[in-house]
Design a protein around this ligand. Structure first.
Ligand code: ZN
Ligand code: ZN
Length: 301
């Protein structure tokens, strides 16, 4: 990947936040600006968590085709790359988590590298290799392949829409400042959630449950749970682990808009928890009902 667009993606939103901070300090921010920013962050972040992550990569449920299209469009609008780039990088992360070859591991490459520097360091050849090795199964789905191809149009639309609604300040808040927050929230799952927080389950990586990222990233911060049960539709596994994305999956299921929702059987969950308390490292069995592993994810890729 050329470094220039990635550098721009890192720097422009940061400059926008500084300008936005100054405008807020001097009382030059409208309600429309704030709404465009907050709604933009939530919707595009939701496209990533519900669409790219839990549906495309982990097949944690099957959405109605219309819902699938909306989720793929919203995820593409997050400016986190075409869906197949995102999905294949994440598949590789699960297969080699916190081991040599993991694209973003804070314990191997350092915190800043895992947070966002890896994006700068990755060449187009490396990205193409990752797509070729881990992305084939995603391209078999015609709708996913189409959104992958048309990524740039959706990304541009995510700037045009706030501009059409709120003019230049709409573009600043609903475009660039929104991108700053949604990017850093997603990146925090890769960096913070492999570094800070308790672990509920024994896994072969350093994944953690982080409550702050749990809330900001719409449930994705319960990341140790996610590495323990990659295909579970729900990342929050206790009543106090608030999982906004999981909650909406439940609502969509009741409305008949999603089906085949993957749940971890209670007994299995308890067994894994007990293993952790006893500090016994018992590997997951790939064939276990409802509990696919990182190894089985890699095999499926
Ligand atoms: Zn992870
Ligand atoms: Zn995942």
């Amino acid at each position: 990947m050329s470094k220039l667009p990635i550098l721009a993606l890192l720097i422009l939103p940061l400059l926008a936040v500084i300008l936005g901070g100054y405008l807020a300090f001097t009382g030059n921010v409208s309600t429309t600006d704030v709404v465009l920013c907050v709604v933009g962050v939530v919707l595009t972040e939701y496209g990533i968590t519900f669409g790219f992550h839990r549906f495309v990569v982990h097949k944690a449920f099957e959405p109605h085709p219309a819902l699938k299209a909306v989720a793929l469009a919203l995820g593409s609008m997050a400016w986190q790359g075409p869906v197949v780039n995102w999905a294949s990088t994440h598949t590789k992360h699960h297969a080699l988590s916190d081991k040599e070859g993991d694209v973003h591991s804070p314990t191997i490459s350092g915190f800043i590298f895992a947070h966002c520097e890896w994006l700068l360091e990755m060449s187009s050849d490396q990205m193409n290799e990752i797509r070729a090795k881990w992305g084939g199964r995603y391209l078999k789905d015609p709708m996913i392949a189409w959104f992958d191809k048309t990524f740039l149009w959706w990304a541009l639309a995510s700037l045009v829409i706030p501009f059409a609604i709120g003019g230049w300040s709409g573009l600043l808040w609903g475009g660039f400042i929104r991108i700053f927050f949604s990017s850093h929230i997603t990146w925090a799952v890769n960096s913070v959630c492999h570094y800070f927080g308790p672990r509920m389950f024994t896994t072969t990586d350093q994944s953690r449950n982080n409550a702050i990222v749990g809330i900001l990233a719409l449930g994705e911060g319960w990341h140790n749970n996610h590495h323990a049960f990659p295909t579970s539709a729900f990342h929050g596994l206790t009543p106090w682990q608030f999982d906004f994305t999981g909650l909406t999956i439940r609502i969509f299921e009741k409305l008949g808009l999603v089906k085949k929702v993957q749940r971890i059987p209670k007994e299995y969950l308890e067994r894994r928890r007990t293993e952790h308390i006893n500090s016994e490292i018992l590997p997951l069995q790939p064939g276990d009902e409802g509990a696919p592993t990182e190894a089985s994810e890699a095999k499926a890729a």
